[in-house]
Ligand binder design. Structure first.
Ligand code: ATP
Length: 274
């Protein structure tokens, strides 16, 4: 074991103590603020993201869910005029520190978007692209293996193994979204951010992706934005409720859906506003 690993273990132990349970804190937000120019979109968000759990971000349109999600892998950096304040850590490391390589960060904290967005390339190339640019494989055989494993983990391999060189864009919507998940997985992320990953999918494809999310949590930490209360209840272990840029409350999903502390959460999940 090298020093780096020992340090990581020590950090994990510390993070576990912070959670006060047997859970490890993978990411943490402290007083996170986000501005778009003059407009403040997020106010002092304090949150713990637990390892190997699915955290659902819920709340009415415009409350800041996507803004917060994007701050977790610095996707907001790509938006002109957007400023992030406070502190966000990954394994206790400040992801906004100057020393952080943003490309590497986005490999560790991958993202799947609302609309499936495969590259206009083959199924194989969609998955191989990331490992190739990050230099993660040494040979064609290595790369073939990563592509196959990633497609298997994304529950897509059986459907595409005989047409790996066909266009990714030729797949159905649900298959395209699983391809995008395979593409995110291919660079061995630790956290996967999903911004309404099922909103463009039919109920069958949605069920498929939800099942997949449940399996993926064994190996990854997942944060998902969803407008569907059923989906949040089905796939997540923790739920965070946002309203008007504030984190209203965060807690075990079961409690949030049966006995939340805040009236606003109760009103939102029972469809009284939003
Ligand atoms: N690129 C941007 N430029 C300026 N303002 C933005 C930008 N993106 C989001 N906002 C504003 O920030 C606030 C939060 O938006 P955000 O998209 O994070 O909310 P959301 O909860 O994800 O909404 P939805 O559920 O509708 O996707 C909104 O007032 C929105 O108008």
């Amino acid at each position: 074991m090298n020093v780096m690993n020992e340090q990581k273990i020590e950090e994990a132990v510390k993070a576990r103590m912070t959670a006060g349970t047997n859970e490890v804190i993978k990411m943490r937000g402290d007083k996170v603020t986000v501005h778009y120019g003059e407009k403040q979109a997020l106010f002092d968000v304090d949150i713990l993201i637990r390892e190997n759990q699915v955290t659902a971000l819920i709340g009415p349109s415009g409350c800041g869910k996507s803004t917060f999600l994007r701050s977790l892998n610095r996707m907001n950096d790509t938006i002109a005029g957007c400023r992030v304040g406070g502190k966000i850590t990954l394994d206790n490391e400040d992801i906004y520190d100057r020393a952080i390589d943003v490309v590497e960060l986005r490999a560790r904290v991958g993202m799947v978007f609302q609309k499936p967005n495969p590259f206009p390339k083959s199924i194989y190339e969609n998955v191989a692209y990331g490992p190739r640019i990050h230099g993660l494989t040494r040979s064609k055989a290595d790369l073939d293996e990563v592509v196959e494993k990633s497609l298997q983990k994304a529950a897509l391999w059986n459907e595409v193994k005989d047409r790996l060189h066909d266009a990714g864009t030729g797949l159905s919507g649900g298959q395209q979204q699983r391809l995008c998940i395979a593409r995110a997985i291919a660079v061995s992320p630790e956290v996967i951010l999903m911004d309404e990953p099922c909103s463009a999918l039919d109920p069958i494809a949605t069920a498929r992706v939800e099942e997949l999310i449940d399996e993926l949590k064994q190996n990854y930490t997942i944060v998902i934005v969803t407008h569907s209360m059923q989906q949040a209840a089905r796939v997540s272990q923790r739920t965070a409720m946002f309203h008007l840029g504030y984190l209203v409350e965060e807690g075990p999903t079961e409690k949030m859906f049966t006995n939340p502390d805040e009236k606003r959460t109760q009103d939102y999940i029972t469809g009284r506003f939003g």
